[in-house]
Design a protein around this ligand. Structure first.
Ligand SMILES: [Zn+2]
Length: 416
């Protein structure tokens, strides 16, 4: 049995312990609010600078990218450029009174809204970004490439964040205020995908703009943005970082990196991930995915219950990280099978991929990917995690054993 030589793994709880320990090793990254400090993205920068220079900044823009791309830093640099009193052709000056404030995220005409959880004694429905502004400012000032997972950890909460009704009311209220300066007023909504159906409340703001106000929505998931919002915003697509851009950034920030090639290969255009790998904060899920496949394949009831309990007991953001890792792994595994060339996997993962070739071949990968995507969908919609993971584990076992006729969509069942 192939699995016998690839599965002597520690338990998941040990993995979690290591992961949590690594999270403590946080290094400070110098704040960058200038275009010049963001690697590459010349096309996007030129476009945004022109909008400001020609006084054509739209009322509502949607910055669209994936996690770890440059959308948030670009939006911050763009906002600073727009607010700057003494901008050059290339960038904000960094020293004028507006820059001094905007570069510290304390400019009175630069507002933020983002997903939050409950805080302290505040009722959940009353908790908005205002309650977490200090944490948010600190998180960005420490890590310009803040990810959704980083933010969930910074809030130190296991409950699911969202952007609630009160937040929408506050967004409208802040944009209705008289500007403190003579310049524009800006609202940056980070991760508007968390608005859900509350997004409708912003339509009026988008459709009936006030003078000199700008709404910048920064999303990492276009599919979760309401079409009514998407169609009313100018969409700015922000591309992945190239390998060369990641190399240049890491070398400048961290000096010589011994395994630079591997870091770049693994980061796959995601600079936030590259930074985490260099800092030793990147979680290693390779053992967990193999354990999941092994248990699913063997179908031993006791082992399945044990694994399901471990998986469902993880922090939701860790589960989300892990499931996205599964998608990354299976994509790279496919690439390896198709080309026999080195995929974006580390040495340990590559061994796993090679050992999996006869079990997770092309005929099964599509179904496996579908199961993982459905699991992500279920987790984000607060499915019962134990029911969900048990159903998906059985399904993965069926797929691996070619009993695909047993495949049923159990997501709705788990959500009910
Ligand atoms: Zn300035």
């Amino acid at each position: 049995m192939i699995y016998t030589h690839i599965i002597n793994f520690p338990y998941l709880c040990q993995l979690r312990f290591t992961f949590n320990q690594k999270l403590l090793q946080i290094q400070t990254i110098t704040l960058i609010m200038h275009f010049k400090d963001i690697p590459g993205h010349d096309k996007e920068k030129t476009f945004l600078r022109q909008l400001v220079q020609e006084d054509k900044v739209p009322h509502a823009q949607l910055f669209l990218s994936n996690e770890g791309y440059a959308s948030l830093p670009l939006t911050l640099a763009y906002a600073s450029y727009l607010l700057c009193n003494n901008r050059t052709q290339e960038d904000s000056c960094g020293v004028c009174p507006a820059c001094v404030k905007s570069h510290k995220l304390v400019h009175p005409d630069l507002h933020f809204a983002f997903p939050v959880t409950k805080k302290g004694d505040l009722k959940r429905e009353e908790t908005t970004s205002n309650a977490f502004m200090a944490e948010f400012r600190n998180a960005i000032l420490n890590n310009y490439f803040l990810t959704e997972g980083d933010w969930a950890k910074a809030m130190d909460s296991n409950t699911k964040p969202n952007i609630n009704v009160r937040e929408c009311q506050e967004i409208a209220g802040k944009l209705a205020l008289q500007a403190f300066s003579d310049g524009p007023k800006i609202m940056i909504i980070w991760l508007p995908e968390y608005l859900g159906k509350e997004g409708n409340r912003l339509l009026k703001l988008i459709e009936e703009p006030r003078d000199n106000t700008h709404l910048f929505l920064v999303t990492e998931n276009q599919s979760m943005i309401m079409p009514t919002i998407l169609s009313r915003c100018q969409v700015v697509r922000v591309n992945a970082f190239s390998d060369e851009e990641i190399i240049a950034y890491l070398t400048t920030k961290f000096g010589n990196i011994t395994n630079l090639d591997q870091v770049v290969r693994l980061s796959d255009g995601n600079l936030a991930k590259a930074i985490k790998i260099v800092q030793g904060n990147d979680a290693d899920y390779s053992e967990l995915i193999i354990n999941w496949l092994r248990v699913a394949f063997k179908g031993d009831a006791v082992a399945m219950v044990e694994l399901v309990n471990q998986l469902s007991g993880l922090n939701k953001d860790t589960i989300d990280d892990f499931l996205h890792y599964c998608l990354h792994f299976v994509r790279e595994h496919s690439y390896y099978m198709a080309t026999n060339q080195r995929p974006r996997l580390n040495d340990k993962e590559l061994i796993v991929s090679k050992n999996l070739v006869q079990f997770l071949d092309f005929s099964k990968i599509e179904k496996f990917t579908e199961v993982i995507e459905n699991t992500i969908f279920g987790v984000r919609r607060n499915a019962n995690l134990k029911v969900l993971f048990m159903a998906q584990t059985i399904m993965i076992g069926d797929i691996l054993k070619n009993n695909i006729n047993n495949y049923v969509n159990t997501i709705n069942f788990a959500i009910q």
